[in-house]
Ligand binder design. Structure first.
Ligand code: SDX
Length: 429
């Protein structure tokens, strides 16, 4: 943190104030406004928190203009090409890549927390068969607080670490159980002989009647998608997790809140919306009509999977997923016209002034659904896949905030309602 400052003067009172400037290891500096209201009587106003730093963090760095994403300093491209999701989860939680013995212990711990209490399966089966998987996941994860609350001591670092591992371990089990509840299959228990993504595929698609053969191409593609979705700085769902955690709430309730926030189509729900949009567009001939709809201020339609609050250049994850689409579909011998349609849509949009002026590029959600579809994962499960991966980022951020301590999050407002008036008895109104 530097000791620079920016001086501001209030033209009304003539009072001035030095705002300390804090500089991080990368990225733009921040103005510390904590004394602004006390000294000059002003709040700041930033609906949507476009230019507000809610915390300091050492986990993920994004440069939206350069299209840079790094987890603990490692470029996402290198992690995508050389790492695994479990190794990335370790990196996010503990700050460094694991040594072999550390990796083995972490993977062992995760593997041995994949089961859920059988009463949870009873609770899950209470949902209607056609309940959206994200409704089931947010409900079931919140209910984990019922199993881990009385003896949970949030001040105990070891208990926090165990909770982080439990959540990373159990999320695939819950997601797969939600899918099988929907299709009417019996719950599949985790097979500890498999690795994280193989185990998830097995819990999703194995049937008691015959052995299930894991396709290594599918397992690797899923592992790549989990790496790319693991963390992303202070996005809406992560900020939700941090805000709920700031009240001292049970960590399972915090992650459940993150799942709820991720579900929105403006956030993680976009991957499901992209596939629905591509199916609605149907063919390249109709692309122009939908581009026009996206540009029409009177039309609420947006090009799903396009645009980003931070990236004003390519989302590096979208580029990695686009190229993986080709490899996965080729390896699986699948020809999906939706991929050709998505690429044509991207090409046309990126030549259009509306998208160029607003720096709207494909984001992480634009191509991911093409791969999920190739792995026979239903569209309704796409955001649940995002939640499985992002749990590693959410718990890493929760651990960081728990270790940092700090005050309850409580933003202020600009009040624009009626100033003051007296109550009128109903017979006088
Ligand atoms: C994720 O924050 C994260 O890091 C999120 C995420 C993560 O990993 O956690 O990266 C994951 O959520 C990716 C985003 C997925 N959402 C979508 O694909 C939904 C479609 N995109 C948009 O709704 C939008 O782009 C957002 C929500 C992603 C960003 O919204 P902003 O930053 O508030 O941008 P904005 O709404 O202010 O848009 C700026 C302009 C507006 O036009 P003008 O008012 O200037 O004329 O761009 C337009 C918008 O109308 N615009 C779009 C558009 N996105 C923005 N127009 C058409 N189609 C779009 N997709």
């Amino acid at each position: 943190m530097s000791d620079n400052k920016v001086n501001i003067t209030d033209p009304v009172s003539g009072k001035s104030l030095d705002l300390p400037v804090h500089t991080g290891s990368c990225g733009d500096p921040v103005l510390d406004i904590s004394k602004l209201h006390k000294e000059l009587g002003y709040f700041t106003y930033d609906p949507g928190f476009s230019v507000t730093a809610s915390c300091s963090s050492e986990i993920t760095f994004i440069d939206g203009d350069q299209g840079i994403l790094r987890y603990r300093g490692y470029p996402i491209e290198q992690l995508a090409n050389h790492s695994s999701f479990i190794e990335v989860a370790y990196l996010l939680l503990y700050g460094d890549l694991p040594a072999p013995a550390e990796f083995r212990k972490f993977e062992h711990d995760i593997t041995r927390h994949t089961m859920v209490h059988d009463k949870l399966n009873t609770f899950l089966k209470g949902f209607r068969y056609d309940s959206h998987p994200m409704a089931i996941m947010s409900g079931v994860v919140a209910s984990l607080a019922g199993f881990y609350h009385d003896d949970f001591d949030i001040k105990d670092a070891e208990e926090r670490d165990l909770t982080a591992k439990r959540l990373i371990a159990k999320m695939p089990t819950i997601a797969a159980a939600a899918y099988r509840h929907h299709v009417g299959w019996p719950t599949a228990y985790p097979r500890n002989s498999l690795n994280y993504t193989e185990r998830f595929l097995d819990m999703m698609f194995s049937v008691p009647a015959e052995p299930y053969k894991i396709n290594p191409v599918a397992a690797r593609a899923l592992d790549l998608l989990f790496i790319l979705h693991a963390d992303h700085e202070q996005n809406a769902s992560t900020s939700t997790v941090r805000l709920v955690a700031s009240t001292g709430a049970n960590p399972y309730a915090c992650i459940s809140a993150g799942i709820a926030a991720l579900w929105g189509p403006a956030h993680g729900g976009a991957n499901e919306a992209v596939l629905d949009m591509l199916n609605e567009i149907g063919s390249v001939e109709h692309v122009g009509k939908f581009i026009a709809k996206a540009k029409d201020k009177n039309d609420p339609f947006r090009l799903m999977g396009f645009g980003h609050r931070v990236y004003k250049n390519f989302d590096p994850r979208a580029q990695l997923i686009r190229s993986a689409c080709h490899d996965v579909l080729d390896d699986l011998g699948i020809k999906d016209p939706l991929l050709d349609l998505a690429m044509e849509l991207e090409k046309i949009a990126l030549e259009d002034d509306y998208f160029i002026e607003r720096k709207l590029y494909p984001n992480v959600d634009f191509y991911s659904g093409i791969i999920y579809k190739a792995l026979n994962i239903p569209t309704s499960m796409f955001t649940a896949m995002f939640a499985i991966a992002r749990t590693s980022g959410w718990v890493a951020q929760w651990l960081e905030q728990s270790a940092q301590g700090g005050r309850i999050g409580r933003p202020r407002q600009l009040y624009t309602g009626v100033a003051e008036r007296d109550y009128l008895p109903i017979d006088k109104r």
